[in-house]
Design a protein around this ligand. Structure first.
Ligand code: CUA
Length: 335
């Protein structure tokens, strides 16, 4: 009885929790189809488990007695239990789940990986961060950012998935199931968020030491906020606003930073790491593993290898305290 209660309370507990990455509480059509399958399988499993426990309890309670009265004997019966309980019922249940799952899968508009006429966003996986290119319009409307994907809420957005190195997997549980980024191949998904909000995700395929620190953020904006965001991202970096930031820009351009990172509008044109043109507009650092604030930024510049061991970003320890402060001030105003 206690076990039944434990199982029941577990079911209730899990059903009640709506965590940021719960696959059972979707926020978009594609994830909605998947969560429906999830709920049905979950409830069926619960019902079957409940019947099993009741039968076991019944068998345990029904016949008590000595060892002698339980000597094995052949009553010649019981076959029907096996045929019905062990074969017929599982066959019916699993067939229904299979047909339902197939039917749901066919709802995915890009399920055969057909190429959409207009992928709006190209996401390229790197060890261990996400390059995000907005490629939907003519060249003068295209730009590149990293780790944080903005979409307009209430409209489907086609995304092309590629990788620079190993296999990664794009997974934002509330919006879509996992889709792999495979070397030498393009995959396509269509995501849509019903409402504005932040939807976190992560790399869903083991891709090396820092796989667990390869997080994703999809921000669904209202259509107007989305246009504003896009226009802001399209602009080159604004020039330093004060003397300290100006000093910081000099530090940035003379340090190794500029070899790996690009800041549009300056001489920094590196393509190895994330584009930093508007880094201050992003919520996270190191593929969203750390909040983007001055302390983490300073720590990341100087001790990246402690914060994300194995990442391509080295520890850059050549700065004096004043230079580091100026550098952080410069990066913080790249809005
Ligand atoms: Cu990329 Cu795991």
């Amino acid at each position: 009885m206690r076990r039944i209660l434990t199982s029941l309370s577990l079911v209730l507990l899990t059903a009640s929790c709506n965590r940021p990455q719960s696959t059972l509480h979707s926020a978009g059509p594609a994830a909605g189809d998947l969560s429906q399958i999830g709920w049905i399988v979950y409830i069926l499993f619960g019902a079957v488990a409940l019947v099993m426990w009741l039968l076991l309890a019944w068998a345990a309670v029904r016949k008590r007695g000595s060892l002698e009265t339980h000597q094995p004997w052949d009553t010649g019966g019981g076959q029907r239990w096996i045929l019905i309980g062990g074969f017929a019922i599982p066959f019916v249940v699993l067939s229904c789940v299979f047909v339902f799952a197939m039917e749901r899968m066919s709802d995915f508009p890009l399920h055969d990986n057909q190429i959409p006429s207009t992928p709006e966003i190209l996401v390229i996986g790197h060890q261990w961060w996400w390059e995000v290119r907005y490629i939907g319009g003519p060249p003068d409307t295209q730009f590149t950012t990293a780790n944080e994907i903005h979409i307009p809420a209430g409209r489907p957005v086609n995304i092309q998935l590629e990788t620079q190195d190993v296999i990664h997997s794009f997974w934002v549980p509330k919006l879509h199931g996992k889709v792999d980024l495979i070397p030498g191949q393009s995959n396509y998904i269509r995501i849509e968020a019903n409402h504005p909000g932040n939807y976190t995700g992560e790399c869903g395929e083991y891709c090396g030491a820092e796989h667990a620190r390869m997080r994703l953020l999809v921000v669904a904006d209202s259509p107007q906020a989305y246009e504003e965001w896009k226009n802001a991202q399209l602009k080159p970096a604004s020039p330093p606003t004060d003397a300290e930031a100006a000093r910081g820009q000099e530090v940035f351009l003379s340090a190794p930073c500029a070899f790996c990172h690009k800041v549009r509008g300056t001489q920094a044109g590196g393509l190895i790491g994330p584009d930093l043109t508007h880094i201050a507009s992003r919520q996270g650092l190191a593929a969203n593993y750390y909040p983007n604030n001055p302390a983490n930024l300073a720590a990341w510049v100087t001790h990246a290898q402690s914060m994300k061991p194995g990442a391509v970003m080295p520890n850059v320890t050549q700065f004096t305290g004043t230079e580091l402060r100026a550098l952080v001030a410069y990066l913080r105003q790249l809005k």
